[in-house]
Structure formats: structure tokens, C-alpha cells
Ligand binder design. Sequence first.
Ligand code: NAI
Length: 326
Amino acid sequence: MKTVAFFDTKSYDRESFGKFSDSNIKIRFFENKLNIDTVSMAKNYDAVCVFVNDSIDSHVVSELEKMGVGHIALRCSGYNNVDLKAAKGKIRITRVPSYSPYAIAEHAMGMILTLNRKLHRAYIRTRDHNFSLEGLTGFDLHGKTVGIIGTGKIGCAMAEICRGFGMKVLGFDPYTNSLFCGENTSLEALFSQSDIISLHCPLNKENYKLINKNTLEKCKDGVFIINTSRGKLVDTADLIAAIKTGKVGAAGLDVYEEETELFFEDYSDEIIHDDTLSTLISMPNVIVTSHQAFLTREALNAIAETTMKNLKDYFDGKELKNEICI
Ligand code: NAI
């Protein structure tokens, strides 16, 4: 019997992984995130399974290796939270490259519709028997231009949705994707022509804080910024400054630079000591969701199925199709 320690798990993880259990793999679900303070919990396990806000830095990698943990199964597609250099040749790493691009793209469009038509404000108003329409004016998406940064699986799904709304779709990606239904363009052109910019690229050294003071200055006045990718693609202080001047008309953020300690947890009875996040949340033209774009039944099932297959293939000594850091 092989054993796997699952970190940062919630009820929905336990439910979806329960459907794809394997009689030869014993799972222990922990609520704790994996980091240097909790890595000792992985002792006596053959593998660990982690999510987006677990921190697998060089120290954690070194501790896992010492304990004989041979495999890190990421139950997500992004891997910016893993020190790949440190893990290379020591621990095998797999991920779930694709589970439901529609889940994330649909959430991004949901944020655009909510922000533009101010549904979040209308919902609160009518609950308070306030039936005034003052301040709720939006614009037609039809005929507007959306700029998609990263035209991979999610970017393509987003492009299709936007096309369905009659929008002009621009895309920037260092690699051209023949499945992308929009027009490939330069980053400069995308910034200057887009009414809405939606981020769908992974976080890497080249695009760290891609949305910043300088790039926002190149954008149209009132541009919407939608980020369902990774928080550190956006310089949050610069974004807030641009929202205050009106340069940015609205922001939909499913991810946040400093989300690690906050997102996925309930702090509703506590004071949040993150003034930047508090400022964002207080703004009427900003929506923050806590990294929930992936959270559909279809995506959860696909994540569980692929992760269990990655673990089984590793334990059976088979080729690891979804291995990274080879
Ligand atoms: P993908 O690998 O299919 O596509 C990513 C695309 O971004 C690739 O075409 C790549 O060439 C491009 N890219 C890389 N660097 C770039 C740059 N500097 N500028 C522009 N494009 C660049 O990945 P997929 O499945 O579409 O996922 C995209 C991202 O979405 C993930 O890396 C992850 O960060 C995020 N994500 C967020 C989720 C959420 O729940 N909020 C869930 C799943 C993914």
C-alpha cells in the first residue's frame, strides 16, 4: 500500500477525490498548507499532493527528499509555487495541465458582466428595497475590444466566449496558437486598443507585475483589468492608484499578490491586516473572489481523476505523462 499526504484540502477536495480512490493508494487529507513549518507532516508518506498556495521552496524540497518522499503531485496546472531547480533530479513532480478551461474563462466573463452591469451593487440595493437605477449604467459588450494575454487553453476558451458576445478579440502570446479565434497582436497594440484586458498566462520571470504603472498608462481610459491567472502578474499598488484616477474603470481579481495566507480560509470574524486588500474590497468597481475560478464540479472531478492517475503511474513505475521538471 502506498501512502500520500494531501495538503491544503477542503471538503470539496475530499468529495471529488473520494470518487476516484484507488485501493492501492492510501490518502490522508490535511487541512494545513505545505510549507517549511508543516513539512514534517509528510514523514512516512511516499508522496505529497499540493495545491496553488502550498510553498514548495528549496528548503521544503530538501526536507521532503530527506524523508524519502519521491513524488509531488500538484492538483493544479500552475507551478510557480515550486522551486523546480531545487527539485530537479531529486523528486518527481506532476501536475494537471488541463481540467476545465471553461470553468476559468466563464468565471472571467462572469466578473466582466458583474462589473459592467453592476450586478453586485444591484443585488445589494434590491435586497434593501432600493429600486433606484442611479449609477448602474453599463455599456454594451457587443462591438467592444477585449485583449487576451496568454492564448493557451483558457485564453482560447475566453476568446470564444467573447466572440459570442460580438466583441473584437485581440491576443498576445509569445507562441501563436492556431486554435485562438482572435487576432494576434503585439502587447503594445493590445494595451492601447483594448476596452477590457484579461490575463490568461502563467506567472514567470518575464511577466512578473506585467500590469504596472507604465503599462497601465498605455491603456485606454476606463479599461477593465481581469485577472484569473496569478496575483503577481499585477502590481496591486499601481492598480489601486490607476483605479483612483479613473484610468482603470473596473477590476475583477480572482487572484491577489498576497493571497497565500488569506484565500480559501474564513476570516469573517477577524480584522484583516492587509490594507491593500481592504482598499480593493472597499472599491465599488472592484470584485475580489478568492481563487475560485476553477471551482466547478467538472473541473474538480477532472483534477481528481488526473491527479490519481499521475500518482498511480508513479507508483506503478510507468511513464509520467504530466511530469514537469524532467
Ligand atoms: P496554457 O499553458 O494552456 O496557456 C498559457 C499561455 O500563456 C501559453 O500559450 C503561453 O505561451 C502563454 N504565455 C507564457 N508567458 C507569457 C507572457 N509573458 N505573455 C503572454 N503569454 C504568455 O495554460 P492555461 O491552462 O490556459 O492556464 C493559464 C493560467 O491560468 C495558468 O498558468 C494559471 O496561472 C491560471 N489558472 C488559474 C486558475 C484559477 O482558478 N484562477 C485555474 C487554472 C489556471
